[in-house]
Ligand binder design. Sequence first.
Ligand code: PMP
Length: 410
Amino acid sequence: MMVSISDNIKKDFPLLQSKMHGQKLVYLDNAATTQKPQVVLDKLLAYYQNDNANVYRGVYDLSQRATSAYEQARKKVAQFLNAPKVEEIIFTKGTTQSLNFIAAGFGMNNFQAGQEIVLSCAEHHSNLVPWQNLAKKKGLKLVYIDLNTDGSLDLKDADKKIGQKTALVAINHVSNVLGTINDVKSLANLAHKNGALIAVDGAQAAPHMKVDLKNLDLDFYAFSGHKMLGPTGIGVLWAKSDLLDAMTPLEFGGEMIDEVGLYETSYAKAPYKFEGGTPNIAGAIGLGVAIDYLTELGMDNIQVYEEKLVTYLINRLQEIEGLEIYGPKKRVSGIVSFNLKGLHPHDLATVLDMQGIAVRAGHHCAQPLMAWLDVPACARASLYFYNTKEDCDKLVTGIIKSKEFFENGF
Ligand code: PMP
């Protein structure tokens, strides 16, 4: 595989060749999910055609091949994240399940009534609702770090809110609405100084930048494969091994046991303890190929490319009268949320769709953040390395056309 970021890279993605309403598709909803390169699609088919068997179950060659490919994928994830140990990589369904595992498997058993979970109001519901549920069950308090007026996290307020009562800081690495990147290393430091832990929702970070877990010194990290070229239904939970030892499994059954008696069972060690039942073998293998592809491109190259592209997009969007962009002026990640005065974002997204442009409109699973922005919803364009300036130009032209359409009719 020899790939590099260029205008040609779209050729690797069959769906990006397709048309929508007679126009070449401009796909700008990468924060929701990304398109898949041919190599990932080929691997899924090849796995089912040539290597399909259940893992860990058989001594026969085919089962061992499937097991080895599955475990190879785990190694790739560990390397991709620079994780201290490969056994710390748990395959899950995705970010949501990973975060729920932390709340119900760790928080439920290790946090005490009266302790606090520190969050921000810019969390995706997946990094909010599990903590609300845990807080109710355990008598914990939820505390929110303020945002600055531009939507970035107020680190001075973080210093005030993270204290002796904090059990856990649960925060996004990159906001799925504002595109802000949180300084999770400093927050980890602050949490640890206070004897607390930190769980990071990396759903919008892992696909777009180098995540170096050894350097960041976090406690838990979660992300989804489908937002980084991989299949749906596969994701990752990483946690420090001593925390995984203190965490109980949430799904009980085959594969997660050590010994089973009629009344008592001892569990396997991590990661198997958390992967009860037949796992998503093909999904993990597909994610492994996605990681190879991203690694070949270089995560630093991806981040630099997206930063340049988002800066271009924001400059162009600013030309449109009546368009309000949310989040900090200087954007380094490829997510831009906005509203056009007088037009509901759903209407805007529908008219853009008619022009072959896919953007998302709604609350983006971040209703408290919509309340903070004081809007019911917004439109969001989210870029990936296969997007181009031409895509950004088409979006700008599309928005201007939509505006004219609603003002004057076509
Ligand atoms: N957190 C963030 C920041 C996200 O953007 C998303 C996906 N929109 C999630 C969590 C949930 O990811 P998934 O639906 O793959 O579990």
